[in-house]
Design a protein around this ligand. Structure first.
Ligand code: DPP
Ligand code: ZN
Length: 883
């Protein structure tokens, strides 16, 4: 497959204005009639009509009712001799949904038909200009067996339905909004719906539906609540109403992604719909809320205004990630719970996006080229893109950002536009803002890859009571030659040694009592002088993680302890604790210090754990050591076994040194009463689960059976999945003998709950490795009757969880983990290339590895790359890794 370049974008020579699709649905051979009205785009030179098509059987082509000659080119149907002017085009083709293991286009799952068209799946259904700047109005008729497929859904509004002869029936849907083909969807299956009628602020009435398989209806309440909350929030915060009579969510068990925002007919992975307290954890509940929100918010940011081309993917994804993060934060009451969400989001960014941005797949938020667009649904486009939008909001303020959104929709509703158009609208609505002042520089966030480094050094001058902060930036190593400075918003505070917040007034400013403020670093280097500073301050920089950069401020333990104990910014408070831990792990990994923890650190952790002011959720985040992957990212040469050994040892020390404190937490913080997935209860459950895992680690080390016994009991009789999974994790994490019977028990309880069986696989695959036990278990689980490579959730739960989530299990000195990876990627590649390419990314950072890992990893990569029939998706990933 050729490289596609952003600079080669050209508007299409034809527009397709309306599409009438008729489907005769049959798993083995579905017939599609596709009638289009086509207009010539007179702004570009005339040429043949080149329609995308993939794995289709063409049966007929008529232009204005007459047959026309056509030819096939790889991936295209080419029609040369078309009528002058505008015309209708009718195409008939068939496809085979039951053989569609790629899960892109029209496929079958659990006896029903489902579609996934983003990014380029529509061309696997019929021939089309399958590109997002071609927007058409769709009318869709579905015909199928009434008994097997009683529910027939497509985008928009239901206009007609009825019976046909031969036990078949039909439904006709019309979507009044022009849309790109990637937003087309259909569903034909035996489903039931939870329904809710709502009346919005503006008084309009709508029907909301969540469609699931029979038997899953009792698991849809949270998804429906999340949908209602999303509708209310978007109207309240951005004045963006629901624009359809009917809004549907459909859950499907085989799905490559989390969910898909098809206009009016969102299709979701069951993982982001189905939940009961017995089957889903707090994390699952929050995940459902955020994904339901995300897809709903796409209705405006993505659907009403869409992307001109796929290089602009972050236009909708970065913005919609930002919106779902804001939604989740607005859904909680306390500032502390907002901060917890922010910390979790940043932790995810650093764990996944920072490594991506430093490795072979590094690309700008708006990429310049790709081979397979599916490979660019990345943490950079999504999460870093979300951070870019967040920085815009920081630079123009929350109200200013809302004004910018309003202008964006005034200008671009109904259009397919670019990231530049978005930034311009936000800046133009805020002409006096720092964003407007710095816009050309700010847009480098879209153009330059790599995580920028910011170095900060402060100097206090007692006689003049001033504090001068020098800030310097350098682009990340993957930014490319000639990278120019970024515009970096840095929120700062100054804190006295006793914890007092100091004023943050710059020279020549009118005095203010503010204790937090924004600095904008838009050059390579700048100095800021604070006045009226009564004592040498500890700087609290990058509060709330105000920019996606790596900060080096040179603070030592004493200063970090001041921040950990006193910072009014919860993010930096957490960060200070993580940095204290990270410094100790890194020193021990380097062999510069023993891996024994000092009392200053242990006491600080105890103070946090015992603090009467801090929330349990926050404590749990502070008391969790930085992950092995995050530690690895700080190093030039990575020995995953050494990192694992040091981290496990420090965890065991925290377990032992704080035993009485963990016991206290376990005994006093249990949640009683009915399960509610709110942040306060969830925080308590998280801390109790951490306490239990620490107590089990300590007990097993001492040969004490009591805590593992309690954990086992909890696996048997916990009243919710969060506690049950936490207890099972505690047994697995401490290598307790009771882990095995607990696993058996857990499986027996949930044998008929696929999403819980996914957890059962992934918990075993990500358990801390010891003597190859986990790897052995993973290999055995491949042959478990419940395992299937064809189901993406199941494949991810075993192979993904092991290769990505278990560095010490995966990076073996004998290379067997890499060989396992290569075998699975090749098996998957023959079946589902998107999923295979995703799994292939495990090896992104192989060049960082120390020997013998590095050489063995390279050999496995070369074996995959040499495979003769490798998909272009996986080839692009391994090619970049080796290149
Ligand atoms: N389904 C993916 C998402 O919502 C792609 N649009 O982000
Ligand atoms: Zn999205």
């Amino acid at each position: 497959a050729p490289l596609v370049r952003r600079e080669d974008y050209a508007p299409p020579p034809f527009w397709i204005r309306t599409v009438e699709l008729t489907f005769d649905l049959d798993p083995a051979k579905t017939m599609v009639i596709n009638r289009m009205t086509v207009e010539r785009n007179r702004a570009v030179p005339a040429g043949p009509l080149r329609l995308h098509g993939e794995e289709l059987n063409l049966t007929r082509v008529l232009a204005d009712g007459q047959s026309v000659s056509f030819r096939h080119e790889p991936g295209f149907l080419v029609i040369d001799n078309l009528p002058e002017g505008d015309f209708t085009l009718e195409i008939r083709n068939t496809c085979c949904p039951e053989k569609n293991t790629q899960l892109s286009g029209l496929y079958t799952s659990g006896g029903g038909f489902f579609t996934q068209c983003e990014a380029e799946g529509f061309r696997r259904i019929t021939y089309f200009l399958d590109r997002p700047d071609v927007m058409a109005v769709y009318t869709v008729t579905l015909r199928a067996s009434q008994a097997q497929y009683p529910v027939l859904l497509s985008n928009g509004n239901l206009v007609e339905q009825g019976e046909l002869e031969g036990g078949r029936h039909f439904a006709k849907w019309h979507d009044p909004f022009p849309k790109p083909s990637y937003l087309f969807a259909l569903v034909a299956a035996d489903l039931v719906a939870r329904e809710q009628h709502i009346r919005t602020r503006s008084g309009s009435e709508h029907l909301l539906q969540v469609w699931v398989r029979r038997g899953d209806l009792d698991k849809t309440e949270h998804a429906m609540n999340s949908l209602v909350a999303s509708v209310v929030w978007d109207e309240a915060r951005f004045k963006l109403p629901l624009d359809l009579e009917r809004f549907m969510i459909v859950a499907v068990g085989d799905f490559n992604m989390g969910a898909m925002e098809n206009k009016g007919l969102n299709i979701f992975n069951t993982k982001y719909v189905l939940a009961t307290p017995a089957t889903a954890t707090d994390t699952d509940y929050f995940g459902i809320e955020s994904v339901v929100g995300h897809e709903y918010f796409h209705n405006w940011t993505g659907n009403r205004v869409t992307c001109r081309d796929w290089f602009q993917l972050s236009l909708k994804e970065g913005l919609t990630v930002f919106r779902d993060q804001e939604f989740s934060m607005d859904m909680v009451e306390s500032a502390s719970a907002r901060a917890v969400k922010r910390i979790e989001d940043v932790r995810g960014l650093r764990q996944v996006q920072f490594p991506e941005d430093a490795g072979p797949m590094a690309h700008p938020v708006r990429p310049d080229s790709y081979v397979e667009i599916n490979n660019f649904y990345t943490a950079t486009v999504y999460e870093k893109g979300g951070e870019v939008v967040r920085m815009m909001q920081t630079l123009v303020g929350r109200d200013g950002f809302a004004r910018g959104m309003t202008l964006y929709f005034e200008r671009h509703d109904g259009q397919a536009v670019t990231c530049d158009d978005f930034a311009q609208a936000i800046a133009d609505a805020n002409a006096e803002s720092e964003l407007a002042r710095t816009l050309p520089g700010f847009k480098r966030w879209y153009a330059q890859a790599g995580t920028p480094r910011v170095t900060a050094r402060g100097r206090y001058d007692a006689p003049t009571r001033t504090y001068t902060l020098g800030l310097e930036q350098a682009p990340g190593p993957t930014a490319g030659p000639g990278a120019e400075p970024f515009v970096i918003p840095i929120t700062v505070g100054l804190i006295g040694r006793s914890g007092r917040a100091l004023p943050v007034e710059l020279e020549d400013e009118t005095p203010s009592s503010a204790t937090s403020r924004l600095l904008v670093l838009d050059e390579a280097k700048a100095f800021f002088t604070f006045v009226n500073v009564d004592e040498p301050p500890v700087p609290s920089l990058l509060r709330g993680f105000s920019a996606p950069v790596v900060l080096s401020d040179g603070l030592g333990d004493d200063e970090l302890l001041v921040l950990l104990n006193h910072d009014s910014d919860p993010f930096n408070r957490w960060e200070a604790g993580q940095r204290l831990a990270l410094a100790r792990i890194l020193a021990a990994v380097a062999g510069d210090a023993p891996d024994t923890l000092d009392s200053a650190f242990v006491d600080a952790m105890r103070r946090v754990l015992r603090s009467p002011e801090l929330d349990a959720a926050f404590k749990e985040l502070v008391l969790t050591l930085p992950s092995e992957i995050y530690v690895a990212e700080q190093l030039e040469r990575v020995d995953p076994q050494r990192i694992h050994a040091v981290r496990e040892s420090m965890k065991a020390q925290l377990a032992g040194a704080l035993r009485a404190d963990w016991e206290w937490a376990y005994d006093t913080l249990q949640v009683t009463g009915a399960y509610r997935p709110d942040p306060v209860d969830a925080g308590r459950r998280a801390l109790v689960n951490l306490a239990l895992s620490m107590l089990c680690i300590d007990a097993v080390a001492r040969g004490d059976e009591a805590w593992p016994g309690r954990a086992y009991q909890r696996v048997k009789d916990a009243s919710n999945m969060t506690d049950r999974q936490g207890a099972l994790g505690a047994l697995l994490g401490s290598h307790a003998a009771l882990a095995k019977p607990a696993l058996e028990r857990f499986h027996a309880l949930f044998a008929n709950e696929p999403l819980v069986i996914d957890k059962w696989f992934s918990m075993q695959a990500s358990a801390p490795e010891r003597d190859g036990e986990v790897f052995g278990a993973v290999k055995r689980l491949l042959h478990h009757p419940d395992f299937s490579l064809a189901n993406p959730n199941r494949a991810r739960s075993l192979i993904g969880a092991f290769c990505m989530g278990n560095p010490a299990g995966f990076h073996r000195a004998d290379g067997a983990g890499y060989a396992f990876w290569a075998d699975r990627v090749l098996e998957l590649d023959a079946m589902n290339r998107q999923l295979a390419a995703r799994m292939a990314r495990v090896m992104d950072r192989w060049k960082q590895l120390a020997e013998p890992y590095r050489g063995l990893a390279e050999a496995a990569l070369r074996r995959v790359a040499a495979h003769p029939t490798l998909s272009s998706d996986t080839r692009e990933i391994v090619g970049r890794a080796l290149g």
